[in-house]
Design a protein. Structure first.
Length: 469
């Protein structure tokens, strides 16, 4: 039995909601994700990978753990960095259409979208797929000891992050419904979200080449504990409404895997904080790097970071769906049965593995001496970052950073930078560093747009400090 268009529209809306809910269920529980860096890097548009030294070089280039100022012992003080951004739905659009409209009494009421409003929302997509990513990284503890023979550093770094690819079809269908003859394809849907902690041991040493050119080499070995992961490996789902019969035909084809610690869930599903939750996955990572100072003005660095993988072997689950469906009768239990199949079936599996967000970093520094005063330098920096995968907090889209740093005031350094690539074409950063005899505090943002206008879709901030003995 075939029914009219209105009833089919209602049925397909429910189907799309089921598909979208399946996606979002994976994003939400995987508690945040990260790729923060030192605030000195952040304020210079992630361009100063060749400039940072000491504890600031952890997770960037282990060779540069060797200090250049004779420091023997250094302690990190809770460095923190966070980045989040999208290439669709900026804050101005969200504020205009999704926060309500003030009435005569100043109370916000629901905003009812017209056709023009809906097209404006769809117009925020740069292409057929929207991208969202976020990274958060903070150091629980870090320390280093430098002698004339070797430099050794240890660190505990927590990080969470996620990458989400959302087809424009999702937003189009939710705004306009299913039009007869219209096909919706969700195959570009991708999700990767994880929560990990690194326990790292870094060893670095300084050597001298011909004519006493200093060269630094270093390596970091990381024990990685995983506390949560969700990833969609395949989401080849979609449907079409026949323009003559209004019959809806589609397919749900999905594979997703996840694992997560339960230590933060107390009695009655209440939140229970613990500093050392039980890991549900583990693995090893490796950072290797080199740095050369050609002369007092030129230096360069090269590093490979986060080489390795995690095996999730505690409570690992897989969700699969493979179903061709047709809706020609919305009476009875047929729609509920189809929705149930679209949500997939969940199975316990022995384990699965995921790579770490590995990447290559090439950096360079030009330092002009005695500017703005004697024994000071005006630095110009360059960095190229190429991710090797699209795991949470990473991207195969290359990124290029350019920046500068100058100590205009006594013991106060000012930084500026620009970053090209990633999900946003160009972002501008700025930062400041306060330098005392044995203490340094850096504050930076890699995107100044939120401070200048409400038409922004990304934020990036960093705060880091260390105490040298």
């Amino acid at each position: 039995m075939r029914t009219g268009r209105n009833r089919n529209v209602h049925a397909i809306r429910r189907l799309a909601l089921a598909l979208l809910a399946t996606l979002l269920c994976g994003v939400t529980p995987a508690t945040a994700q990260t790729i923060g860096t030192s605030a000195r890097l952040t304020g210079m548009g992630n361009s100063s990978a060749g400039l940072v030294r000491g504890l600031d070089a952890l997770n960037v280039n282990p060779a540069q753990l060797v200090p250049d100022d004779g420091v023997v012992v250094s302690l990190g003080v809770l460095p923190f960095g966070a980045q989040a951004g999208a290439d669709f739905m900026d804050y101005a659009t969200y504020n205009s259409y999704f926060t309500g409209t003030p009435n005569a009494k100043g109370v916000r009421e629901p905003t009812y979208l017209g056709a023009t409003d809906k097209q404006a929302i769809l117009g925020t997509f740069q292409g057929e797929t929207g991208h969202f990513t976020h990274d958060i990284r903070y150091g629980l503890a870090s320390a280093m000891l430098s002698t004339q023979f070797m430099t050794i550093g240890v660190g505990i770094t927590e990080r969470t992050g996620s990458n989400v690819h959302l087809p424009r079809s999702f937003a189009e269908f939710m705004l306009f419904g299913n039009e007869p003859g219209k096909s919706f394809d969700f195959a570009e849907t991708q999700v990767s979200s994880s929560w990990t902690r690194d326990y790292s041991l870094t060893v670095a040493q300084k050597f001298e080449l011909y004519r006493r050119i200093p060269v630094l080499f270093g390596a970091s070995l990381k024990l990685v504990h995983g506390y949560g992961y969700f990833g969609i490996e395949r989401f080849n789902s979609g449907f079409t409404t026949d323009p003559e019969t209004y019959e809806v035909a589609g397919r749900a084809d999905m594979v997703a895997r996840y694992a997560g610690t339960k230590d933060w869930i107390g009695s009655n599903n209440s939140f229970h904080y613990t500093l050392f939750p039980t890991p549900v996955g583990s693995g090893f990572g490796l950072d290797i790097g080199a740095h050369i100072k050609v002369n007092r003005m030129l230096s360069a660095g090269f590093s490979l970071v986060d080489l390795g993988s995690i095996t999730w072997d505690q409570g690992a689950r897989e969700i699969t769906a493979s179903e061709d469906f047709t809706i020609d009768d919305v009476t009875g239990d047929q729609v509920d049965e189809i929705m149930s199949r679209l949500e997939g079936r969940e199975y316990e599996i022995p384990s699965f593995s995921t790579p770490l967000p590995s990447a290559m970093i090439i950096s360079g520094v030009l330092s002009l001496p005695d500017i703005p005063r004697r024994h000071k330098y005006w630095h110009f920096t360059f960095a190229y970052r190429q991710g090797f995968n699209d795991e949470a907090g990473n991207s195969t889209r290359p990124r290029i950073g350019l920046g500068t740093e100058i100590e205009l005031l006594y013991n106060v350094a000012f930084r500026f930078g620009v970053n090209f690539g990633g999900i946003r074409p160009v972002v501008f950063g700025a930062g400041v560093g306060f330098i005392a005899d044995n203490f340094k505090l850096d504050i930076g943002t890699m995107d100044m747009t939120p401070h200048l206008t409400n038409s922004f879709s990304a934020v990036a901030v960093g705060v880091s400090s260390h105490w040298d003995i």
